[in-house]
Design a protein around this ligand. Sequence first.
Ligand code: TTJ
Length: 641
Amino acid sequence: MTKKETYDAASISVLEGLEAVRKRPGMYIGSLSRKGLNHLVFEIVDNAVDEHLAGYCSEVTVVLHRDGTCTVTDNGRGIPVDMHEKGVSAERLVFTTLHAGGKFDNSVYKTSGGLHGVGSSVVNALSASLDVEIMRDGYVFYDHYERGVPTIELEEGLLPRRGRSTKTGTSITFLPDPEIFEKTWFSAPEIKSRLHETAYLNPELTIHFSDQRQDTPDEENYHEPEGIVGFVRDLDQNTPVLHEPVYLKGEAEGIQVEAAFQYVDEFRENVLGFCNTIFNAEGGTHLTGFKTVLTSVMNNYAREIGLLKEKDQNFTGADIRNGITAVISIKHPEPRFEGQTKTKLDNQDAAKAVSKVVGEQLVLYFDRNLETLKTVLSCAEKSAKIRKSQEKAKTNLLSKPKYSFDSNGKLANCEKKDPALCEIFIVEGDSAGGSAKTARDRSYQAILPIRGKILNVEKAAMDKVLGNAEIKTMINAFGCGFSEGYGNDFDITKLRYDKIVIMADADVDGAHISTLLLTLFYRFMPELIYQGHVYIAMPPLYKAMPKKGAEEYLYDDKALERYRKKHKPGSFTLQRFKGLGEMDAQQLWETTLNPETRRMRKVEIEDARLASSVTQVLMGSEVPPRKAFIYEHAQDAELDV
Ligand code: TTJ
């Protein structure tokens, strides 16, 4: 952190007020559910990370307080407080004008992009209150906003001070506005997971996290000096690995490129892309560049060492990536994003830069590490061998009859054929499946019962996945095939149902099944999630039947607590549903099937990602964190309207 730049607040560009943000919050923050709420935290944290990327900040602290506020603190230079040419302090402009953040320093890399970078002003607009404390120039300055409006009158445009300090830094405390957000309870597992990820991508940064909303605060420190190498190690922590992670680094086209990879003894690939430290859920050009050059370099080696003979065909890209865990991280001065969720890197020069750097460095590495080379090529060889049997499995799968009843005869299809009108419910257990078949509106609702636990695709070989009866049935029913990675044989236009609803018991086993299904979709049919077709039904835990008045379904224990407060003991009877199977057809219709009254939650890509590889702990041997994650999510029922 030695870089020094001169700056002045005058370069902030003033765009518009915050009224628009409060009028149409969804346009700025994407969602008003838990996801949007957590997004506020990341938005503020990203500003501190930008200060780190600029070379001036080494520590960031995130605190979730009991009163529902969140504080983010850094030890950067502090947001400028001097007067801007418009006659207002620079800090005011940061929090009251859209997109001011990106324009007022000349550090090269900005985290902003894709979903992020909407600006601290958006957080301000959507917060019931926001407090700013800035230490710089020997003083502690402060400011306060309510719903985006400053409440302190400035004298000659200068911020008030509350004492002196020799330190520098910025501290923001905000309370999400309950008038705007459906939920105001931050999800600690999601925030922690994201902060940990940020630590891996910024190896010189230390992030402190503290959740003080419970009696024993949850305190975590994230510091990952190994960077993406450590990230790869952790992604593979529950998997037998075949060699030490390989780390490559370089610069081309004015873009910094870093890659780390490691092969494991499993039939799967997991390649994650980051641009300016932000995860690119939909991948993009950096990944394309990596994959292309990896395939070509490894095929060259395969011929060089005689593994492939002249007459042999090349290994496919998927063969070469069989067993790989990789993280590609680039720093790009002007990233552009496309795709459903605007998280797909679009800059062509990124593909060039990655393939140049990785191509050169990979050869340097493998020329000196023949053992690793052989290990990696043997993974490709294994993959190529079973590819044929996979292709057979695939052919069988695709040639099965496509309508009404699948191979097991268990799918009860609906009568309508227009996908826009149709829904399919994936129901855990034959008995619940039976009631659901009775309860549904057969004109547009299909029921697919699945048995007990489905296969954990994260742990299983590809041919096993495709051979699994439950999974085959689902792929057949949806009608759009599947893909490993991007674009292969998956065709979303063939999807036969607008809504795919996962219906599992409201207990740990049910949550586990939902997690497995999410992982399956995430890996093989991610577009279903990107395009918002996947839902999780939220069955109630109780039905309260008062002696007088209307019956009520209670969806969690908090709801029960509230109900007990409002109704005298003895004035009502309580039915507890241990599982979907205990509901009769009428109850099932009201709570999970009837669009007028049911509760279900649309699955967002972040859910699936958390359920999947980035946090493989969730699926692996460490049961406790997985439980916590699932419970936290299970409480997020929402009315689907
Ligand atoms: C910008 O260029 C001039 C020197 O200060 C730079 C700056 O803005 N630094 C800065 C902003 N450090 N930290 C922030 C920041 C930190 C948090 C937690 C939240 C926000 C909105 C900004």
